[in-house]
Design a protein around this ligand. Sequence first.
Ligand SMILES: Cc1cc2nc3c(=O)[nH]c(=O)nc-3n(C[C@H](O)[C@H](O)[C@H](O)COP(=O)(O)OP(=O)(O)OC[C@H]3O[C@@H](n4cnc5c(N)ncnc54)[C@H](O)[C@@H]3O)c2cc1C
Length: 218
Amino acid sequence: MATSVLVLGAGFGGMELATVLSDELDEAEVTLIDKGDSFVFGYSKLDVMFGREPAAAVKLPYAEFTKPGVTPLREEVTQIDPEAKRVVTDSGEHEGDHLVVALGADYDFDATPGLAEVDSEFYSVAGAEKMAAAIPEFSQGRAVIGVCGAPFKCPPAPSEAALLLNDDLISRGVRDDCEITFLMPLPSPVPPSPETSEALLAEFADRDIHFVPGARIA
Ligand SMILES: Cc1cc2nc3c(=O)[nH]c(=O)nc-3n(C[C@H](O)[C@H](O)[C@H](O)COP(=O)(O)OP(=O)(O)OC[C@H]3O[C@@H](n4cnc5c(N)ncnc54)[C@H](O)[C@@H]3O)c2cc1C
């Protein structure tokens, strides 16, 4: 009998595991459960934010994910029994010989007072879409790109946003009318990679992007 594997979450982790199991096992019976209808690469949110792609173009529907032995289900996981390897979803119950939890990390917008009201983040697709509407309206004044706490997903992404904003303002001929400040709670842009951090700091200096290390938005 084929071994059954329940994979909860079809983000990077769940999709990669389901793919490897399908490729490596002769008989895989993988159930891949996600509450969403499509996969989005994290970096695509920057493309959406700067109007390079519409959100619809970066959503990769799970329905088109056809790997032998993998059944994608659109359901929301509401309970996990790790010992019985059983999960409850909004549509029913599932059991497997193996259970893998790959549900990612949620954002805690309420942890930073005012953040929800400011409504200007690019870490969700919906947020990136709102930024795509707001950025073309910004043509003078001060822009602050800030990180509200650590650890956070994708340490290079805020640096990418600062550099792309710089490019965007130049392309619209308004860079001289705008300031870009980048606040980071960590001591450097990408602490695990000192070389990357050094290269980024040089690029920020070249582009007049004001980098403030060790500053967490409260
Ligand atoms: C702006 C940005 C840029 C990035 N750029 C890069 C990059 O260039 N390179 C890189 O390697 N990484 C990048 N990342 C980081 C990368 O996206 C994350 O590290 C990665 O998504 C984490 O994978 P994961 O599988 O752990 O979680 P996720 O990808 O978050 O997946 C979790 C999945 O679980 C689902 N889920 C959650 N709760 C439930 C529930 N109760 N029921 C059912 N389903 C549920 C979610 O819908 C989601 O699909 C970026 C991230 C961001 C935000």
